[in-house]
Ligand binder design. Sequence first.
Ligand code: ASP
Length: 342
Amino acid sequence: MLSKSKILLIYTGGTIGMKKDFETGALRAFNFSKLLQRIPELKQLDCDIETISFEKPIDSSNMNPEKWAKIATIIEDNYAIFDGFVVLHGSDTMSYSASALSFMLENLAKPVIFTGSQLPIGDLRTDAKENLITAIQIASLREKGKPVISEVCLYFEYKLYRGNRTTKINAEHFNAFTSPNYPDLVESGVHLKLNSELFWALSSNLQFKVHKNLDNNVAIIKMFPGINEVVLAAILSIPNLKGIILETYGAGNAPTEDWFINLLKEAINKGLHIINVTQCSAGSVNMGQYETSTALKEIGVISGKDITTEAAITKLMHLLGQETSGSEFKNAFETSLRGEMA
Ligand code: ASP
């Protein structure tokens, strides 16, 4: 008989484990192990669950690269022992964390599923139980003794998404996430509908590697009509700045004015990496489609294609952390590493 799947539940914080502060009425992170004892449903699952928690659980607005490294280390230390990992995380920055971890965990052969909730698990109308239980069920799925999912995913409100394709779109609805440029991997209804043809497949038994070095000398600039030369010049001259995500219009378009193109050109010539990502929620950058993006292409702006801003900024930190050389950088960024772009 096949042994039960072993799942490690990693609690980082977030609404799922929060309680109302008596004095202020604000939600804050709480000791999750105590709350878990209050979910008898978990015992009915056909898997063995162990939990590990951040010493100080956080609201995910306090997430940062050091804490991503902490999650990566927990997974690395327990990789051989567990069949799958479920990361409980606040929804606010969950898409950033899922994207970051997707790049940090190379040749992942087991599921890492991020989930959380919009209401605390102790709340009567909570969405936490469904999210948690189904995330664990999906992480436990095995076929011929091998995990069915072998990538970093995000499960929320009846859908499993590729983590680095997601973005948070709603601060109130239970349906808080979307994956605008990649279809859902699993839909949960009466049955779990697995869209297996969309799953990330490892080419062979490649060695699992963890990359914890992220360089956060980066910035995101969102274009808006009226952006001026002084502001852009000031950002581009930040000491030690190494890369920028430029959120452009539509299919990657931006002003054609000389001052704008010249500032970007100078910055690129000095070694700054500039990545063109669309501020539209769906679709792709296609430099050269319009006259308003031709110059960007000519001066060496990198195409983010259909990547989300969350995946772009974390991929940028990851590639900088790998010390990818100047000439290779453009190629490396424009290549899909973990299914984050077309
Ligand atoms: N502020 C919370 C957090 O991201 C929201 C949530 O968990 O949904 O930690």
